[in-house]
Design a protein around this ligand. Structure first.
Ligand SMILES: [Zn+2]
Length: 480
């Protein structure tokens, strides 16, 4: 590791990777950062939430410069391969370099966002780098709820310029993000005896690509729940299909890859049902011929259940699944980015509670547009007799076309590398969204070295981009 460049950043990263720091269990990391700040003789404090700030005065001759906040998150996603013995609350991450990439042995690498933490530490220790007053901020629990940024008070940071070091593509500067909220619907149902002369089918749509319900929502991928809904609605109208079970979708922030339902139809309609199911499969394959090559439609006969979901409620759930908006609803007017979207993440029956619950999420870079999207989704569920709740959500970060920090960041990038950086937004949540709410007028950008396989044991860091980002950062600090 000792011959990697910049030496100081990689040395700090190695130190960080010795400290266990799973999301929501950051105590050792907080202690490490506090000790680091105190050892440097710098003003260091933590807030009630566990965020840490270390202030470093300007270097000689730079006292008149504006304060710049550098910010990263101290926690990491803890994923490992099944065959690896590793305790994330105790063990140090084992890193190695393979060609141009740095990786970890069977675990997440922690470069998200340990490499940002390391850059801040390297700046705090440096004695030969010119910069104005610095505030180095380390938030906790970015990965499982942004709770560090949520809990931060409006007077924790004092600068007006903030550089977030949590982006994953060198050469891209992020200037906006989406806010989001969740809308859930719950239907209570009664058991109804299954009619005589019924035939039971288990329907499964699987093998879809899936992805993140924000960042991947514009990739024209299929939603397994919506495909299943098409057959359920069709069968309800044509044969009076009854719902016995539904387990569709999974994670609240993922495009569902798999959906299944057990349904009951009149015995003499089973051949017709098979034909229509195959027609749906053929239509879906045609519609998604580019993005969903692994899609599978399975129909199996199964034991006829004694009871089904009462027809009224079952029909209501099916109609709601068919009617509810899904996917990209609007594109931004000024940049090529999704503005507003909704994702039908899951619909699952809980037999014990006699409930069926739908989970959806709405995102937008414009708060009112997101609220309208959530209301549109809620109204459909309300029409179908569900109990509906929309969460408070988290704010987005709207692009500031007059950003001085962005102008400096772009100019310095061009000076260093002779090309234009990509300036863009992301249709997902970032901590900057919360900062923009708590610190109105805060001038922010987000960038970082190239990472791949983030949040998986395949996480890897493209080593040469660390030096590029480091030089870019130093030249922004020297010139703002
Ligand atoms: Zn991150």
């Amino acid at each position: 590791m000792s011959n990697l460049v910049p030496e100081s950043v990689f040395r700090c990263f190695a130190e960080v990777n010795k400290i266990p720091r799973p999301s929501k269990k950051e105590e050792q990391m907080i202690e490490f950062l506090l000790q680091f700040g105190h050892r440097m003789g710098l003003e260091t404090r933590r807030d009630e939430t566990g965020n840490v700030i270390i202030r470093k005065p300007a270097t000689p001759g730079m006292e008149g410069r504006p304060t710049v906040i550098l910010q990263s998150h101290m926690d990491m996603v803890c994923e490992k391969n099944n065959d690896v013995e590793f305790d994330f609350t105790r063990d140090a991450i084992q890193t190695y370099v393979d060609g141009e990439w740095m990786k970890a042995k069977g675990t997440t690498l922690g470069a998200d966002d340990g490499i940002g933490v390391a850059m801040e530490m390297a700046l705090l220790e440096a004695t030969d780098i010119p910069h104005g007053p610095l505030e180095c901020v380390f938030t906790r629990d970015e990965e499982t709820g942004l709770s560090g940024a949520f809990g931060m008070k409006g007077d924790f940071m004092s600068g007006r310029y903030l550089i977030n070091l949590d982006s994953e593509d060198e050469g891209e500067i992020f200037v906006s993000c989406a806010g989001g909220c969740g809308t859930t619907a719950v239907w209570s149902y009664a058991d109804q005896p299954t009619p005589d002369h019924s035939f039971a089918l288990r329907l499964t749509v699987k093998g879809l690509t899936g992805g993140h319900s924000g960042d991947d929502i514009d990739k024209k991928r299929a939603n397994a729940n919506k495909l299943l809904a098409r057959f359920l609605y069709h069968g309800m109208k044509k044969w009076g299909l009854l719902l016995a079970d539904i387990q569709a979708g999974g994670l609240h922030n993922a495009i569902p890859r798999e959906a299944s339902a057990t349904v009951v139809i009149p015995f003499d309609k089973k051949e017709e049902a098979r034909v229509d199911w195959n027609l749906l499969a053929a239509a879906a394959e045609e519609e998604y011929s580019v993005t969903e090559k692994g899609m599978q439609f399975l129909m199996e006969s199964t034991d006829v259940p004694k009871t089904v979901v009462d027809k009224q409620t079952g029909d209501n759930v099916i109609r709601a699944m068919q009617a509810v908006d899904n996917g990209v609803m609007a594109m931004c007017q000024d940049i090529a980015l999704v503005e507003t979207s909704s994702n039908l993440a899951s619909i699952r029956l809980n037999a014990e509670a006699h409930e069926i619950k739908a989970i959806t999420s709405q995102r937008s870079s414009i708060l009112s547009a997101r609220q309208n999207m959530a209301a549109t989704v809620a109204a459909v569920f309300e029409l179908s007799g569900a109990r509906v709740e929309t969460g408070e959500g988290y704010p987005g970060w709207k692009m500031n076309p007059d950003s001085h920090l962005l102008k400096v960041a772009v100019a310095e990038y061009k000076k260093l590398f002779g090309k234009e950086p990509v300036v863009r937004g992301i249709h997902a949540g970032l901590e900057c969204g919360l900062f923009s709410e708590k610190y109105p007028g805060m001038d922010m950008v987000s960038f970082g070295p190239t990472l791949r396989g983030v949040h998986s044991p395949d996480e890897r860091l493209l080593v040469p981009t660390v030096d590029m980002v480091w030089r870019h950062l130093l030249s922004i600090l020297a010139n703002i």
